[in-house]
Design a protein around this ligand. Structure first.
Ligand SMILES: Cc1cc2nc3c(=O)[nH]c(=O)nc-3n(C[C@H](O)[C@H](O)[C@H](O)COP(=O)(O)OP(=O)(O)OC[C@H]3O[C@@H](n4cnc5c(N)ncnc54)[C@H](O)[C@@H]3O)c2cc1C
Length: 408
């Protein structure tokens, strides 16, 4: 493991830092909980994305002809580190740039890539990921949404759920079942589609935080041209794996309230007339999270060293999300407890520390589910890192329409 930038990396970091320091604000622009503030947030996000694109700071490792900069994976990581020092509004583009773009890059035609990717990179178009269904989440291949060929089109019927940003997206990537007579992984086909297509009904899901970040999406005879198929008919699982591999890299670790923030909180709050930082129970908790933060730092350094050597990080990257998302949730919960009555304030304008502990408490659980639940990531680590026996998969080789289905 080498913790230092090479001279080239250091020069690149200085260039990235200079741009962010000049243009990003320290203003807190986390995604709002209130739906009525969403349009304002989206407009700011689009402005930031366009500005970055004009200066060559979007999609760094994409080829220049698709709106990128042709940079190395390591340079992309360095840029991410510098940008994340600010609360800049990047969330609406995360799925498009992190997952849809790389999938199009691997499977779309040259003409499609030259049309859609630069628009995605500049933030002009927002994309969403239509994968999960009521019966197909962790077990994605158990999805039921059907696509049937009709002339040059496919006709789609069914339902997706938890589709982040569908309500403001222009396009989406979609995986469907086209052949139910073969085992579940074999009968799938992958498309991209215009989210304004007739027959799409998007219903936002109201979350406990008050926000509506994701949706149910219903398809009633939605027509998709065959030209918008990505990969061969029946190869949808293979294409989905490309998306999921990129999702694992894009999701990375959970950002938000960390041990340093908790330390400041504990210094500023009293318990029984003494600063909370002197309380032994508080100190034990802080020490625990400090150790976890240090472990994460060195695990990430290992990934960075691999990238720097031109290697692809392996499944051990899953460790980062498991540890950081649980830590975020726990730190949020402990911070709210420490604040006593202050912990019930939810508005970032009024709550102590800009509501960062509240935000951590509310978003932590979702991060533990999205992009692979804690349990699924543990399975991956068990099977692919530790070499333990595989999870039991009884329906793997059975035709999909012969697998008994419960009530989805
Ligand atoms: C914030 C957020 C954003 C999301 N955005 C999107 C999106 O944009 N597009 C999209 O398609 N989906 C999205 N999702 C959905 C997400 O991918 C699924 O929620 C996730 O894959 C889990 O599926 P599920 O909810 O159906 O739970 P299930 O798969 O039903 O799991 C239920 C429980 O069983 C456990 N479990 C399941 N299988 C196993 C196993 N083999 N071994 C051990 N335990 C197991 C799980 O860990 C979990 O605790 C989002 C979810 C969240 C929380």
């Amino acid at each position: 493991m080498d913790f230092n930038d090479t001279p080239e990396e250091a020069a690149f970091r200085a260039e990235a830092r200079a741009f962010v320091e000049q243009y990003a604000t320290r203003e807190d622009i986390r995604p709002p909980q209130e739906p009525e503030r969403r349009d304002d947030y989206l407009a700011r996000a689009k402005r930031w994305q366009k500005l970055k694109q004009e200066h060559g700071w979007t999609c760094l490792n994409w080829p220049t002809e698709y709106g990128g900069r042709g940079a190395t994976p390591m340079q992309r990581v360095i840029w991410g580190q510098e940008e994340s020092r600010y609360d800049v509004p990047t969330q609406p583009f995360a799925i498009g740039l992190g997952m849809c773009g790389p999938t199009l890059m691997a499977y779309a035609t040259e003409e499609q890539k030259r049309h859609y990717l630069p628009r995605m990179a500049s933030g002009e178009d927002i994309w969403c990921q239509l994968f999960s269904e009521p019966a197909g989440g962790s077990d994605l291949a158990n999805l039921h949404t059907r696509a049937e060929k009709d002339g040059d089109d496919w006709v789609v019927n069914g339902q997706k759920i938890w589709t982040s940003g569908a309500h403001y997206s222009d396009y989406g990537i979609l995986v469907t079942r086209t052949d139910p007579t073969v085992p579940k992984h074999q009968g799938l086909t992958f498309f991209f589609l215009d989210m304004k297509s007739p027959g799409i009904d998007i219903r936002p899901i109201k979350q406990i935080s008050g926000a509506s970040n994701f949706n149910e999406v219903f398809f009633a005879d939605v027509r998709i041209p065959d030209a918008q198929r990505l990969g061969a008919v029946g190869d949808g699982w293979k294409v989905s794996i490309t998306t999921l591999m990129n999702e694992r890299l894009a999701v990375g670790d959970a950002h938000g309230a960390d041990v340093q923030d908790l330390l400041k909180l504990a210094q500023s709050i009293d318990i029984d007339g003494e600063p909370a930082i002197r309380d032994k129970a508080v100190r034990v908790k802080l020490a625990d999270w400090y150790c976890q933060a240090a472990g994460l730092k060195y695990t990430k350094a290992r990934v960075m060293s691999a990238l720097s050597r031109g290697e692809t990080p392996g499944p051990e990257n899953s460790i980062t999300k498991i540890v950081s998302a649980a830590k975020l949730q726990d730190i949020g919960s402990f911070g709210l407890d420490l604040m006593d009555m202050g912990g019930i304030l939810t508005d970032a304008d009024q709550a102590p520390f800009n509501g960062m502990f509240h935000h951590a408490y509310m978003t932590g659980p979702g991060i533990r589910i999205a992009g692979g639940t804690d349990e699924i990531l543990r399975n991956i680590i068990a099977e692919r890192v530790l070499g333990l026996p595989q999870d039991i998969r009884v329906d793997k080789d059975v035709p999909f329409n012969e697998v008994p289905q419960g009530n989805p």
